[in-house]
Design a protein around this ligand. Structure first.
Ligand SMILES: [Zn+2]
Length: 388
């Protein structure tokens, strides 16, 4: 049998399992969206087995879907294209109109996954928990768009919560599900081959069963143990981090990019620190563009995300921004000079940065907007869907 994390070469079912009943809140768990991250699948199997063997009463339904089945069978992050970059409106529309015979490996996965997700996402009260693990060492953390409902579910995990990643990466599954108005968060459990990672992801799943309303704390005998396991794995780390830089690897450089050995997620790096290079030699070094926390350093050979940098966000900012959003102060933004309201009911704004240079991006973040596009002086921001 070998190592407990090993995934059998036989493809797994798309629906790994279900528990509970429809009609209440729904927790959709996706595991193995990246095929070299089997720990999520293992953790979900354990939770499903425990729920079934104990006959735990549930107020709603848990549905676990397997992501990239073909890549999981080959222990590769992906075969043709990253499955977690395909969930843009354009790609989904193209998938619907194109015959399936033209699909590449991940488009096939996406087509099947979308077919399972569609009826689930038509429900009310859906939470998506997308389970991942990292190629480099580091503690567990959560990532999500900064909506108030995402904050609630992410904060229940008591691990660092990373905001703003969706401004640097497009086409993730959580972005797609979040844009439909649902709660949608990613949990990264730690290093992919570390046996503790499946345990931490399992704990995240138990805690989210409760925060999504599917299970009640009193029916889960080990609930506090799981909370404590997450809390202690993240001890001493900032509660909230804004991701503000992504080192993007050009497609032709995907296999030439190399992080310096031994860098760990959440390590503090100073501006100018050598972090990576291309091609093994001293040519084309990559330095930290500013001082901050190193996030998701890439220690595998696939994908175009080299690393991210973030800075910790003060708790005052979080409280203030929640209060401002509840007051709907964004309605006043259209009156500011250099700010034009686009589309439906202030959902999207175009900001002329020559005129509105006094309003830092932070103001728009504070009110729940995120950067979408930049054309010369024009910055387009759109509002995240808070459910208040
Ligand atoms: Zn992943």
């Amino acid at each position: 049998m070998g190592c407990a994390l090993e995934v059998p070469a036989v493809a797994m079912p798309r629906v790994l399992g279900r528990a509970g009943r429809s009609g209440g809140p729904t927790l959709v768990v996706t595991a193995g969206i990246h095929g070299n991250e089997p720990a999520g699948v293992r953790s979900a199997e354990r939770v499903l087995a425990a729920l079934h063997s104990r006959g735990t009463p549930l107020a709603g339904e848990l549905v676990v879907l397997v992501g990239n089945r073909a890549a999981l069978a080959r222990d590769a992050r992906f075969l043709d294209e990253d499955l977690n970059r395909l969930w843009t409106a354009e790609r989904l529309a193209a998938l619907r109109t194109r015959p399936s015979a033209h699909d590449h490996a991940e488009e096939r996965e996406q087509r099947e996954l979308a077919a399972e997700l569609e009826p689930l996402l038509a429900r009310e009260g859906v939470t998506l928990l997308d389970l991942h693990s990292t190629s480099g060492d580091g503690p567990p953390f959560a990532l999500a768009g900064d909506t108030l409902q995402n904050r609630r579910v992410a904060c229940a995990l008591q691990v660092p919560f990373l905001l703003g990643l969706e401004e640097t990466v497009r086409g993730t599954l959580v972005e797609h599900v979040g844009a439909l108005g649902h709660v949608a968060i990613v949990v990264e459990g730690g290093q992919s081959r570390d046996p503790r990672t499946a345990e931490l992801l399992e704990s995240a799943l138990w805690v989210t069963l409760v925060s999504s309303g599917v299970a009640s704390k009193g029916d889960l005998p080990e609930f506090e143990l799981h909370r404590e396991r997450l809390r202690s794995a993240a001890r001493g780390l900032p509660a909230v981090i804004e991701v503000s830089h992504r080192h993007e690897i050009a497609p032709e450089d995907e296999r030439r990019f190399e992080m310096l050995p031994g860098l760990v997620g959440f390590a503090r790096v100073e501006r100018g620190t050598l972090l990576a290079h291309y091609g093994g030699g001293r040519e084309r070094p990559v330095h930290a563009p500013f001082s901050g926390l190193l996030l998701l350093p890439r220690y595998q050979s696939q994908g175009r995300d080299g690393f991210f940098l973030g800075t910790s966000v003060s708790s005052v900012w979080l409280v203030l921004s929640a209060a401002l959003r509840r007051l709907h102060l964004e309605r006043l933004l259209g009156r500011l000079p250099g700010v034009r309201v686009e589309e439906r009911a202030g959902h999207s704004l175009t900001i002329d940065r020559r005129i509105a240079r006094f309003f830092a991006a932070e103001l728009f973040h504070l009110l729940g907007y995120r950067r979408r596009e930049e054309h010369g002086h024009a910055l387009v921001v759109s509002r995240r869907n808070d459910r208040l």
